[in-house]
Write a protein that binds this ligand. Sequence first.
Ligand code: TXA
Ligand code: MG
Length: 363
Amino acid sequence: MKTILVPQGGIIMMTTIISMDDTESASGLAYAAQRLRDGGLVAFPTETVYGLGANAYDQQAVTAVFAAKGRPQDNPLIVHIADLHMLDDFVEDFNETAQKLAAAFWPGPLTLVMKAKPGVLAEAVTAGLDSVGVRMPSHPVAIELIRLAGVPVAAPSANISGRPSPTQAQHVITDMEGKVDAIVDGGSCSVGLESTVVDVTQAIPMVLRPGGITPEQIAETVGSVEIDPAVLPAEAMQIEKPRSPGMKYRHYAPEAPMLVFIGEAENVVQAITAEAARQRSGGMKVALIASDETLQLVKSDIALRYGKRHEVKKFASGIFALLRKSDELNADIIICEGCADKGVGLAVMNRLFKASGFRIIKV
Ligand code: TXA
Ligand code: MG
């Protein structure tokens, strides 16, 4: 365990870094759980991305989560549970659809939006909605932390609002050191994209945010699924009141502007080659996030590979780290090769649309 002091406008706030690798990991986790129970903020690893946790019953703690992130108040938080019994206290309707999806995908990267029991959770968790998003993570550290805390844990991704989500402890340290009580370091997140958010309050479940569990998998389990039109870029810009409040904000964004190219591989390589050359001749430092195949063919200043072109899961698990890397290396512009929006590719493209501010070029 390592404690770091950071001056914050005159106040010194201590952030304890707890490593799951060292011999004190058990007592470190017990300490983190105690901090959660006491109203503290604890960042922890999940299989999707790192979360910034608070006791979901504690209004003051939950409000502090919004402050630490700089998160808009109207964007509700996901509540994390360690076992199904925890649902009884704050979920009104764990209906048949929800039960089937939970049986198939929990613990795992799926968030179910269900009707909440009124007046039980801290008000800020649901941001005034009558529903609540719930997830049982599969990461053993996350499950153990929630179990030890003994309370449901409200946790958004542990990044400063608008920045790429953290998939490594160092990302969390960069964004949250000095603003939270503890950061549990559990290594890299395996999925790398946030959970799939599904509204199960209606007869046909609707995907509000694509993620590690695909619409195809959901349809296989419950027969049918709809996808919120806000997920798809063309419509996304015209929707004024998206169903998932989080979808309307520019998100996951690196500091450098970003262009995403989609289409047939040959056309994409050609277009990226031309754009990279044009930007470089204008004196711009170009970061290229692309497949191994494309990077072999195109000159850039910073080459950031996500794997082979067909390795979409690898792309998903690496994309946020690559966006942060582009900033660290002071790229002036990021050029990115997109992927097909099928399966997990839908989630990857959804994040790229948002990270680029919808600067998508179809060639
Ligand atoms: O994988 C994840 O989901 C991660 C880890 C930490 O579990 N968490 C995460 O939280 O991504 P956050 O706050 O960054 O995203 C939560 C998303 C937002 O888009 C929010 O609007 C939506 O879930 N959401 C939460 N509660 C909702 C509700 N009651 N109705 C509709 N959307 C909801
Ligand atoms: Mg987030």
